[in-house]
Design a protein around this ligand. Structure first.
Ligand code: NAG
Ligand code: NAG
Ligand code: NAG
Ligand code: NAG
Ligand code: NAG
Ligand code: NAG
Length: 481
């Protein structure tokens, strides 16, 4: 503290010549100046990490754009997509958006593995801004459902670790894996067609799972590379961003800029991971076999990993690195707020006290990491942190309840004013006022009504106060930068 040292040195010298009143005034001045200096550091840090204006990127588009809110996130299996889903759920809630959710008959997925169909969507969750629960991708059907300025995003994972994960996770649920003696991955890979039945309803987990989730043909002959090439090119046209699990934070930086979001919008706590004990290392001689068996997935992965790194380079690797660091620092503060420490308290499913915080456990051999909140954090923190750690199924149910409630409230409101002419379906959805520019009905019959221009999101005052960031002290690395 330089000002403190300054006081120590100067005060005794001056004291001999000044009255007490003057000394007091001098101290007040010194304190104020010192406070202002620190406050300035604090404010610079705040502005930088929240991107109220968009200073990081050279040639950046004018960042007075509203946040983009119409999003399809195609949730692939075992790819950190649950963490992304949680992030989108929270974003949807915070911005009063509508998240399309499955009807009860579909479970918490859109009747996967059937191809997506608009009839799988719960009517209380329409018209939709965001859709993210598991589905098998069908672009045509989604285009009918979503506004035409919807941005499509998905995530891929390296095929070897992904297949090991699928094999362990679904060892009891997927018939192709259940047939394998001793649950041995090696035995399966030596003769996959002894165990794999392409037409079984759950066969998608066992062969080119990414390709299947994305709507492709998982059983296209591996020697015809042109199929994978054409499929990759097609996906490249549809998806504005294909994230890569291995570079999750880097992918989030691109996502944030693509959607004009703030740093706080991409904060997360990792969800639906297996405990370390439940992971198996893959023997080196199996790597090539896994890739050969999942050859279309492997092609997609290489193609989109290259695409991601090209985008990162275009963005500027230095900028990416800096933003990743800002994200991780903010993450650390979030952990301190939620768990009172830098790392969350990992709990295996059985150890979690609150039932709704226990993640789904696929079989007795696999343990999934979840979290409990410590009871000694503030009520405000409890409320904030709860959503970060809420497992997929609990959150889907909670979101359906709150949106159904809002749906019936807005319906009651509109029926109280019979003089106002009503669109045929989905009457008056006030929450659409926050949708960014150009939102138009996907089809006129659907009646995406009430489109207004960008408003309060641009106003920094409307950024919700974050317990995490504003209450904790900025780290010195920020103030120096
Ligand atoms: C969402 O709705 C609530 C309650 O109607 C309101 O207080 C809040 O400001 C809204 N948030 C945004 C981002 O529009
Ligand atoms: C995708 O959806 C469209 C429109 O709903 C439908 O016509 C088509 O059959 C679907 N595709 C598949 C593979 O089910
Ligand atoms: C959406 O569709 C409307 C017409 O229905 C069109 O005017 C508008 O440009 C379209 N927006 C985008 C982003 O394609
Ligand atoms: C399964 O495990 C048992 C005991 O470890 C072993 O004797 C048997 O050969 C294994 N079977 C196969 C098909 O690997
Ligand atoms: C992804 O691409 C980058 C850049 O080419 C490369 O360095 C990296 O090894 C690739 N990652 C994987 C897991 O293949
Ligand atoms: C809550 O209590 C634990 C010990 O039980 C302690 O380690 C942690 O720092 C406390 N958290 C807060 C926010 O006080």
């Amino acid at each position: 503290m330089p000002s403190f040292v300054f006081i120590l040195i100067t005060v005794p010298v001056i004291c001999q010549k000044m009255s007490l009143k003057k000394i007091f005034l001098l101290l007040v001045v010194i304190c104020t100046v010192s406070l202002l200096l620190h406050k300035r550091d604090y404010l610079t840090w705040y502005k930088e990490s929240f991107h109220v204006d968009c200073p990081v990127r050279l040639n950046s588009p004018p960042c007075q754009k509203p946040k983009h809110t119409n999003i399809v996130f195609l949730k692939t299996h075992k790819t950190a997509s649950t963490t992304m889903q949680n992030l989108l759920f929270r974003f949807g809630e915070l911005n009063n958006l509508t998240v399309a959710l499955p009807i009860q008959a579909c479970g918490h997925q859109f009747c996967y593995p059937r191809s997506f169909n608009t009839q799988f969507v719960h009517p209380h969750t329409l018209p939709a801004n965001v859709i993210t629960n598991h589905m098998r991708f069908n672009k045509t059907a989604l285009q009918h459902l979503m506004p035409n300025d919807t941005i499509y995003i998905t995530i891929l994972r390296e095929p070897v670790s992904m297949f090991e994960s699928l094999f362990t996770y679904y060892s009891r649920h997927c018939e192709s894996f259940r047939r394998v003696p001793n649950g041995s991955l090696e035995v399966f890979l030596n003769r996959p067609y002894n165990y794999y039945r392409p037409l079984e309803y759950d066969s998608s987990y066992a062969h080119n799972c990414l390709t299947f989730d994305l709507g492709g043909d998982k059983d296209w002959p591996a020697n015809d590379v042109s199929y994978a090439q054409a499929f990759a090119a097609e996906l490249d046209q549809v998806f504005s961003l294909v994230m890569i699990s291995e570079y999750f934070d880097e992918s989030l930086v691109l996502l944030r800029h693509l959607l004009s979001w703030n740093l706080e919008d991409i904060l997360y706590v990792k969800l639906n991971m297996r405990t370390e004990d439940s992971k198996k290392s893959v023997a080196p001689d199996l790597l090539a076999k896994i890739r050969a068996w999942n050859s279309i997935d492997s092609y997609l992965y290489e193609y989109f990993n290259a695409t991601l790194w090209r985008k990162l380079s275009e963005f500027g690797l230095v900028h990416v690195e800096r933003e990743v660091q800002l994200l991780r620092d903010a993450q650390e503060r979030l952990m301190k707020t939620c768990f009172g420490r830098e790392e969350p308290l990992f709990r295996s499913t059985g150890e979690i006290k609150r039932k709704d915080l226990r993640p789904w456990k696929p079989n007795e051999k696999v343990d999934i990491v979840g979290y409990d909140l410590p009871s000694n954090i503030s009520r405000e923190a409890q409320k904030l942190c709860l959503k970060y750690i809420m497992p997929e199924i609990s959150y889907t149910e909670a979101l359906l309840r709150s949106q159904s409630l809002r749906h019936s409230q807005s319906k009651r409101k509109s029926s109280q004013k019979p003089s106002v002419p009503q669109p045929p379906t989905h009457t008056l959805q006030p929450r659409h006022s926050h949708v960014s520019h150009n939102q138009q009905p996907a089809s006129p019959a659907k009646g995406h009504s009430s489109v207004t221009g960008p408003k309060s999101i641009l106003n920094p005052k409307s950024i919700p106060k974050q317990v995490v960031i504003t209450k904790s002290k900025p780290k010195s690395s920020h103030t120096k930068a």
